[in-house]
Design a protein around this ligand. Sequence first.
Ligand SMILES: CC/C=C/CC(=O)SCCNC(=O)CCNC(=O)[C@H](O)C(C)(C)COP(=O)(O)OP(=O)(O)OC[C@H]1O[C@@H](n2cnc3c(N)ncnc32)[C@H](O)[C@@H]1OP(=O)(O)O
Length: 738
Amino acid sequence: MAQYARGAAAVAVIRLRNPPVNALSWLLVTEPLISFSLTVLQALEDGLKRADADPSVKAVTICGENGKFSAGADIRGFSSPRKQGLGLGPIVSLIERSEKPVVAAIEGIALGGGLEVALGCHYRIAHVQARMGLPEVTIGLLPGAQGTQRLPRLVGVPAALDLITTGRHIPATEALKLGLVDEVVEENTVEAAIRLANKLIGQPLGPRRLSLKPVPKLPNMEAFLSEALAKVKKRAQGCLAPELCVQAIKAATEQPFADGVRKEQELFNILLTSGQAKAMQYAFFAERAVEKWTTPSGASWKSASPQPIRKAAVIGLGTMGRGIVTSLVKAKIPVVALEQNLEYLNMGRNAVMLLLEREAMKMEQGAQALDFHNPARLQFAVDFDVLRDVDLVIEAVFENMALKKEIFSNLSRICKPEAFLCTNTSALNIDEIASVTGRPQQVIGMHFFSPAHVMRLLEIIYGRQTSPTTIATAMQLAKVMKKVGVVVGNCFGFVGNRMMFPYSQQAVFLLEEGSRPEDVDQALEDFGLKIGPFRMSDLAGLDVGWRSRKDQGLTGPSLAPGTPARQRRGYRYSPLPDLLCEKGRFGQKTGKGWYEYEKAGGRTAKPDPWVHSFLCEYRNAHQIKTRFIDQEEILERCLYSLINEGFDILAEGIASGPEHLDVVYINGYGWPKHRGGPMFYASTVGLPNILAKLQKYSEIHPDIPQLRPSAFLKKLVAMGSPLLNDWMSHLHKQSNKL
Ligand SMILES: CC/C=C/CC(=O)SCCNC(=O)CCNC(=O)[C@H](O)C(C)(C)COP(=O)(O)OP(=O)(O)OC[C@H]1O[C@@H](n2cnc3c(N)ncnc32)[C@H](O)[C@@H]1OP(=O)(O)O
């Protein structure tokens, strides 16, 4: 768990050892090969005490095994009952108090508690490729091992605030500029640290003890901190951790070190027990769990190997295609971008170049690193022949089955036999697209989210014949593009949009019954969603859904004469969005939708009196009695219907676990991470409560099938509402209470 050795005659080396990331566990872990059990923290403390007690040891170096310093506390430990009370903070103090110089040799990563250990050391040397940060805020916590008190003393309040409230990982070069590390080396970091430790023997350590230093003053500290607090509160949308991080740093500026540490502990405990930390830590592991994909036919990440993608192509340079090209270029994959004619190609090329210029400006080495002016990296063409040598094609034309089939039939003829053919679609049937190719096993859906170069989610949809190698290759590509790939089955809307459908439907029904768009949006945004359904619809364009409903024969010329206005196929239907579209109100792009905007293309949504009176007239025309609908009902009807669909998705095997649905919603639909995703949220509300509410609403609205409780939800409740981790194991179990 930590190895103690002598690095040079007078220098002891303590090496943190807990693969794969040297997490600082405080739970007892039994090592099978040796006869004693030791936690990393215990071993670190023992190592320090041993070095202190040994008169022949004059200095100490702390490093990590396998080129990684440490990823911080073992996150799993936060939700397990502590078996022993060893805290990291006192150990960091012990390091700092040492009369023998202690040097941290930072390789790979020093994150969270790992960096806090380094902050307790008297000197820090980092390898040039190392990354550092205090990412606790991203898992609902704050740096609870005195990091909020030491970091501002070392790098000043503005830099400490930035690092602690964003949790971002910074490269060693930036750490050097901030003064977080004393030296950056390209050679063996541990050897460099041992050399430095040797030189430091006998030198005074007082000035190197951060707890003894004052926090550098700012002329307007109070105003600066209040502004920072307001900013993080706005950004956090109900997430508690960033706000408490600011409070802890504020304590560092106002109180002596020991009192600041006490305040930090108090705030840390609030977060630890808030429920938000649990949700965010669940989200951390859920994201890693979905990498380990499986399908109902038994294909899995364990046995499938991805194929290398040396060159890719993107067909269609509309909004999605432009973002996808940008993502591929950023991932350093040579790419050919294709359009149907020169006019569209030139438009697409200009837009892509603009995106890439902007992305390059954000990067450390800028445009040079992306090298996108090099035709070997990025090529634009109108001729399908350029696709002969690519390893993978992503088709990103608009959602039209006939057009997609025509393209896939051409691709099947032109591309080399081993090339993978991917379609960017949000709902269309992958099997139907694959059926026109001679290689359905190499056809796969890749549902990107807009803007595709920014959004992390990538739904990866396998068809009936998609091979495990194709799935593995798509997942690998997602990883290279720094996206979260989630493997899902083929059904209308896949996971994300399928769950979105009942949610958006409820939102519109609520308008019929008495709500205003801003009431519904506000309730859901107060819950923590980044954007409510009507603001979202205005942003995406109401015409998108209108086109799809016309294709499905739900509205427009193909609707059978005599169809009741508010009913389709025997169930409740709201024509409200169709009516807005008929009036040319497509949302932001036309300056009017569910809201009004300052101009066409404007972004500031203002409640629109026209919409209010339109809704009144509509209710009168259809003799709907208006009633006041409270926030609770808005949340329950929108969110529980979405969750209900999630249970159906799980029961049908479209996703292999609730984590998949949660990762989709957090990364693609603006679901608040501090609520852990819709299925995790359901588990916190309690499945019996969700079931009871769905039963209640479904009795009131028998013509809305989406409110009828899913059979799987009912089964889980009948089985005693098992923990979320166990849901899938109950899928095929018999319940005698049903
Ligand atoms: C009172 C003291 C308070 C201390 C506060 C803390 O220290 S809280 C912890 C702060 N640290 C973090 O938040 C770091 C989280 N980890 C990461 O950001 C990344 O995992 C990484 C370290 C940058 C490595 O990324 P990479 O993509 O290379 O690998 P994975 O993310 O897939 O991770 C590999 C496996 O390691 C597990 N893991 C990573 N970090 C931790 C951790 N801190 N605790 C427990 N487990 C961790 C991760 O789950 C992976 O495991 P698998 O079983 O392979 O899925």
